[in-house]
Design a protein around this ligand. Structure first.
Ligand SMILES: [Zn+2]
Length: 278
């Protein structure tokens, strides 16, 4: 059984080699709050557990060995310093408050981890209650918020957290139209030509597809910052920063139901201007 978990987990972890190396470095001095965004939900959870093992494995600092009692307990969700919370399981403010006295004590092992899966579904009172716990000056507690993208979290949580973006998912073949659209978008960012004609006046994407499209661009930007081939590579950090802010506004506009073609055209035009003045 344990072997099955290990094989499955190794497969998941091997798809995110850069995050593994970043997490290993973070383990030397873990932040009190970390956001893992991007990738798949199961990857985000597996990576949180990887960090917890790295921090507590009996073979530290070389581990995680994936075989000691600590590693196997973490895999089986019975490690006493691992708290798994999920808004979809009916997480309430009372529940978070009840945890506080426990979190105020020293962990049984070296580090305690509180993982909030599906953080994008947190309501404001729960997010604020968690934020209060994050800000308690208790060392050796590490909160990890898992979300498809950071924009789903309240800004105060984002500003107090270290954010890691998982490598992008490969675009599925059935999304050929979106792929074509992305090619036109990135072409426009470089040349200032094309994209507007193919988007004008049409509501060609559903809201969900439009969000996915923006997420794709966000992942490309993150990739460019890691040195991957992309139309956004070799830009000044200030330009990436501006593009991320513009993307953030585009996500917000979508959530306010601004017409999708207008949002994408505005995004393309603004990216083109930022790239031109880079
Ligand atoms: Zn171990």
């Amino acid at each position: 059984m344990t072997e099955d978990i290990n094989v499955q987990e190794k497969k998941l972890l091997s798809s995110q080699p850069q995050i593994i190396s970043l997490l290993s470095r973070l383990a030397l001095n873990p932040p009190s709050s970390l956001i893992l965004e991007g990738g798949e939900a199961e990857e985000r959870l597996a990576l949180s557990k990887y960090l917890l093992k790295k921090l507590n494995c009996n073979d530290a600092p070389n581990g995680p060995c994936l075989e000691c009692t600590v590693c196997t307990k973490i895999d089986a969700d019975v490690f006493r310093d691992l708290f798994l919370l999920d808004p979809q399981d009916g997480l309430s403010v009372d529940h978070i408050r009840e945890l506080r006295p426990i979190l105020a004590q020293k962990p049984r092992h070296r580090w305690r981890m509180i993982v909030i899966a599906g953080s994008g579904d947190l309501n404001i009172p729960c997010a604020n209650a968690l934020l209060k716990s994050v800000e308690e000056p208790v060392s050796r507690n590490c909160f990890i918020f898992l979300a498809a993208q950071r924009e789903h979290l309240v800004p105060t949580l984002i500003s107090r957290s270290f954010v890691l973006t998982l490598a992008r998912r490969p675009w599925t073949a059935s999304d050929q139209e979106s792929e074509e659209l992305y090619r036109e978008f990135s072409g426009f960012v470089v040349t200032g030509r094309g994209f507007m004609d193919s988007t004008s006046g049409k509501n060609f994407l559903s809201l969900n597809q439009a969000r996915q499209f923006l997420t794709r661009i966000q992942n490309e930007l993150a990739g460019a910052q890691r040195g991957e081939q992309s139309p956004f590579m070799n830009l000044a950090p200030q330009s990436w920063y501006r593009m991320n802010k513009v993307l953030h506004t585009a996500f917000y506009a979508l959530s306010c139901r601004v017409r999708i073609d207008l949002v994408l055209q505005w995004l393309a035009l603004t990216f083109w201007q930022i790239r031109r003045t880079n």
